[in-house]
Design a protein around this ligand. Structure first.
Ligand code: BDR
Ligand code: CA
Length: 306
């Protein structure tokens, strides 16, 4: 099975991605790295540990603390989506588990060098850590087996600004560097909204299951459900949740749930202003950029739900 490092800004949906990675036998989750994102950094670290503990793997999967802010831009949190602390507003008790005593960026570089062609990195957060690792080790694109990314809004509406999805908006400089340097698979906000919605029927089914994991799911989706219900968006303005991060992991674990994908040149706008974080996809191939981003365009939503 694949050896995986998961880079996350653990709040709501990130936890589900961690659980998928930790519990699946298709990957060996070797490390979790944390970068600046959804909620204040220490919450994210603790949320990741709590989730790994819930999955029963906290002893085998170290948590590495990484960048506490984007490369160049001022940072903004998304607590208004995920609730204070990032897990639906409930503050869970500290696990007391220590973090690894190596910086996330050092860890990514070291494990890639020690295991050339072996390690897949899945990024479900702003791309600061991977961009820094690339600055440190320019051969990183050759050293890694694969890179999977949740981010961007491909020719569609954003979620943080009209033009941009949160992960790319927060650190557009890093997103630009990473998409330029690496061949990646990209799961954007658009396909998430099209194919990953969970609605009341799923929540009801989960509520029937009497396990700590099911209860955890209900707690962490609470804030997002409320947030979406207020949305003016056609698809989101109801009691639904989106699963961007876990859907990204699902496409990695079970590649044939991807129904359509195309490989394009994708460029991220790193300028301040209205289009900060915008992901421009050269669908027609009329620019000069090299097509190296595999954009997931459609996913089998029913199979994802299972
Ligand atoms: C992304 O931002 C975070 O809120 C989610 O976890 C996901 O990674 C969606 O824009
Ligand atoms: Ca995330």
């Amino acid at each position: 099975s694949r050896r995986l490092v998961l880079d996350t800004d653990t709040a709501g949906d990130d936890t589900q991605a961690i659980l998928l990675a930790a519990l699946s036998d298709r990957v060996d989750l070797e490390g979790v790295t944390i970068g600046a994102g959804n909620v204040p950094f220490d919450y994210q670290v603790e949320n990741a540990k709590y989730t790994l503990d819930l999955a029963g793997v906290a002893e085998d999967v170290p948590v590495y603390e990484g960048a506490r802010s984007p490369l160049l831009k001022d940072h903004e949190f998304a607590e208004y989506v995920h609730g204070e602390g990032g897990l639906g507003g409930e503050l869970f008790p500290d696990t007391g588990i220590p973090s690894a005593d190596e910086h996330a960026v050092d860890y990514i570089v070291r494990t890639a060098r020690e295991n050339p062609g072996e390690i897949t990195v899945a990024c479900i957060a702003p791309l600061t850590n991977l961009a820094l690792a690339f600055q440190r080790e320019p051969d990183l694109p050759d050293l890694l087996a694969d890179v999977w990314i949740m981010g961007g809004a491909v020719n569609t509406l954003g979620n943080f600004t009209p033009a941009a999805e949160y992960n790319f908006w927060v650190d557009p400089d890093a997103a630009r560097i990473v998409l330029e340097a690496f061949e990646t698979t990209l799961v954007d906000w658009g396909v998430t909204v099209r194919d990953s919605l969970f609605d009341e029927s799923v929540f009801a089914e989960v509520a029937e299951i009497d396990t700590p994991l099911a209860e955890f799911f209900t707690t962490i989706t609470d804030a997002v459900r409320e947030f979406n219900a207020e949305s003016e968006h056609d698809a989101l303005g109801a009691d639904v949740t989106t699963q961007p991060d876990s859907m990204t992991l699902a496409t990695l674990l079970e590649p044939d749930i991807v129904e359509e994908a195309g490989t394009y040149y994708v460029e991220v706008d790193d300028r301040e202003g209205m289009t900060r974080g915008y992901s421009l996809v050269d669908e027609l191939g009329i620019g000069d950029g090299e097509a190296k981003t595999r954009v997931v365009e459609s996913v089998d939503g029913d199979r994802f739900e299972r």
